[in-house]
Design a protein around this ligand. Sequence first.
Ligand SMILES: Nc1ncnc2c1ncn2[C@@H]1O[C@H](COP(=O)(O)OP(=O)(O)OP(=O)(O)O)[C@@H](O)[C@H]1O
Length: 287
Amino acid sequence: MQPLLLQVKNLQYTAEQLLDLDLKTQKREILHDVNLTIQPQEFVGLVGPNGSGKTTLGKLLVRILEPTAGQLIIKGQNYHDIQPAWHLNQMVGMVFQNIDTQFIGKDFMEDVTLYLSNFGWTAAQIQTQIADISRQLKIQSLIKRPFKTLSGGQKQLLAIAEVLLLRPQLLILDEPTAQLDPENTRLVLKLLQKIKKEQQLAVLLITHKLSELALTQRTLILNQGTIVQQCQTSELLTDAKLLDANQLPLPDTIAILQKLNQLTGQSITTASPAVQDFVQTIQENLC
Ligand SMILES: Nc1ncnc2c1ncn2[C@@H]1O[C@H](COP(=O)(O)OP(=O)(O)OP(=O)(O)O)[C@@H](O)[C@H]1O
């Protein structure tokens, strides 16, 4: 068995909330007792109701936030022992839900040059790597265009390209298609399928969409700041109660099955092999 890529042990995060203009604050527990592991190249889904703490967990994993308690371990190394601290960015990258907060330059070239030169890359290395990723993701026509002239989907692709340039072993995507139209959603999902097929890296996918979740092998369910369940994604996609509890829509397969049972008086469950085959086909076709 391969060694774990990521281990999170008893993670806790308490935020200091500003109460009024007198600068009085109040502590608010956002995450508690979070335990999880991710294997190298594993695709893991992270679902949960609004406000359950998914984005906060992502930010802790890339060290934008510091935990109040608990341990974060990547490739056997405790986050606190990674020196210099920015080396973590070469192991774990995150694409944020609000894409515009990701960029600091006026266009991709400027942004990536600023970003990578901070990581000690030479101008020649940066040029080569940009040419390489642009070819792979077919973004050549976008890299010199000002961000303000690009669509949400185009910026999403560039944000993913930027994070991939650092070749992280874990990529965290926070609702990567939430603001995209169907065409750009397909583009991003295709890219994820390619990453999965080529086993380039592990992905933690925060999502409310079944079409994205279907890409993952395992799903973590976060509720009220803690992981309440971990299961195979195929199990979750066939469990109407679990889907409902996590504000995920009922897949057509389950809705049809429920209707058929109602009409025929039978009680065929999703555990039946024929239904499992059907669900698998639907899952494969979702992306
Ligand atoms: N800095 C902060 N101070 C106080 N509360 C915060 C802070 N950041 C987040 N929260 C609260 O923490 C909770 C978790 O927020 P988070 O954004 O992680 O949830 P989420 O699961 O990603 O939600 P969504 O699905 O809506 O994106 C929310 O109730 C939010 O209001």
